[in-house]
Write a new protein. Structure first.
Length: 114
């Protein structure tokens, strides 16, 4: 069956000129966009800002955990990279974005709950 035929055979909108139907449809779209913003976009932007602050706060001597689970101490910093000392005379270069958490004094690695 041809789709244009099905659309043409659809019953006409009830209630006059259909402007109230158009208005209610626009309100529904606005509500969906608002819900999408407050439930998905806004929290994501907030997490991105917190992550950016975390990466900017890294300094030499901090103990960090990378996204891969490697524990090390920051031995050097560049704009985009971090030099981690993981053992005596063992240093590894990582991207700054690979840092998952910074461990403060007396703090142990956080346990993630899945």
């Amino acid at each position: 069956m041809n789709i244009s035929y099905v659309i043409a055979m659809a019953p006409p909108p009830q209630g006059g000129d259909g402007s109230s139907s158009l208005f209610s449809t626009l309100i529904m779209f606005a509500l969906i966009i608002g819900i999408f913003y407050f439930l998905i976009l806004r929290p994501q932007q907030k997490r991105q800002k917190e992550r950016q602050k975390l990466l900017e706060a890294v300094k030499k001597g901090d103990k960090v955990v990378t996204a891969g689970g490697l524990h090390g101490t920051v031995a050097g910093l560049d704009d985009k990279t971090v030099l981690l000392q993981v053992a005596d005379n063992v240093k590894m270069k990582y991207e700054r974005s690979a840092i998952a958490t910074i461990l403060r004094e007396g703090e142990v690695a956080p346990k993630e709950v899945k």
